[in-house]
Design a protein around this ligand. Structure first.
Ligand SMILES: [Zn+2]
Length: 192
């Protein structure tokens, strides 16, 4: 009898601790989802950004940017972006507050990030990355200046010319991250 009782008590205690454990891990998972403190924010480092967007490569000034939005790129296409040259491994930072919508690897863009603004009006596209910032995940909220990746040559970037290919696209009402009309980022970055 005694052993049956202690067995039953054991069952109850065991089940309770399993439930508590599950509850805690769930809480931890929820906390992790909203915790972006693990991503470093470069608030003061880097050059001044005179435009409405922060120049998304650390330490690059507006005077180093070139207007190459309309440059032809083969197949009748135009560039539709800005290329920001920087040494391999230079931190790439979020140009504005927003959400990491998609982490995607493509043949041409290589390792890429699609970010939206909080209102989801536009997509901000960062391509040819060497790698993502450690711990970066889709759905992460990022602040302007958060380190999200590093400059590289992934995709079709020439091996000897590491750069960030940065594009801004106006999202359609249906909000698909891969659709959208390109806007020249140059005036948004330089104020000119
Ligand atoms: Zn480019």
């Amino acid at each position: 009898m005694k052993s049956t009782v202690s067995f039953l008590i054991g069952c109850v205690v065991g089940a309770t601790s399993i439930l508590l454990y599950l509850q805690n891990t769930q809480k931890l998972a929820i906390a992790a989802e909203h915790d972006t403190s693990r991503l470093p924010v470069a608030l003061s480092a880097g050059a001044v950004s005179p435009g409405e967007l922060r120049i998304p490569v650390m330490g690059v000034g507006a005077n180093e940017l070139r207007r190459d939005f309309t440059q032809p790129r083969g197949g009748g296409r135009s560039h539709g972006a800005i290329d920001i040259r920087a040494p391999h491994g230079t931190p790439v930072i979020a140009a504005l507050d927003g959400t990491i919508r998609k982490l995607f690897t493509s043949r041409d863009g290589g390792i890429t990030i699609y970010q939206t603004d909080p209102e989801e009006e536009k997509i901000y596209y960062y391509a040819h990355l060497d790698r993502y910032a450690r711990g970066l995940r889709e759905g992460d909220k990022v602040a302007r200046g958060t380190v999200i990746g590093y400059v590289g040559t992934s995709g079709n970037a020439p091996a000897g010319a590491p750069h960030l290919h940065f594009a801004v696209m106006k999202l359609p009402p249906t909000k698909e991250w891969w659709k959208g009309d390109a806007i020249d980022p140059y005036p948004l970055l330089t104020g000119n």
